[in-house]
Design a protein around this ligand. Structure first.
Ligand SMILES: [Zn+2]
Length: 117
């Protein structure tokens, strides 16, 4: 483990909050996309327009990604792999993790992937 217990605990708290926020947000977005018990015609207003739906769907995908990243990072904390790049297995920059605690790759590997897209 490259970080102190205190640092790990801090990251864990941030990630747990991230996980919780994403879960709550997903719940509310799912209600918007797929309202339970609302008549699709009569309650069209309540559901918002088609544009709203598209925005909400895009938001769901983003939030699901965020949730998966937070969960994966929490798992890496449990296994002691947290802080190491999943790609090159080098220790990651503390500053990078402070900005993106859910990051699984070092900046270099992340940039390589982004360039490939
Ligand atoms: Zn790397």
């Amino acid at each position: 483990m490259i970080f102190s217990e205190i640092q790990i605990r801090e990251f864990k708290e941030i990630l747990l909050k991230m996980e919780m926020d994403a879960t709550i947000l997903l719940d509310s977005l799912n209600v918007k996309i797929n309202p339970v018990g609302l008549d699709p015609v009569i309650d069209h207003q309540k559901r918002g327009g088609a544009e709203d739906q598209e925005t909400a769907k895009a938001q769901v995908i983003r939030t699901e990604t965020q949730l998966a990243l937070a969960k994966a990072a929490l798992k890496r904390i449990e296994t002691g792999a947290y802080g190491y790049c999943v790609q090159c297995e080098e220790a990651m920059d503390l500053d990078r993790l402070k900005k993106r605690p859910e990051a699984s790759r070092c900046l270099e590997c992340q940039q390589k992937i982004s360039r490939r897209r």
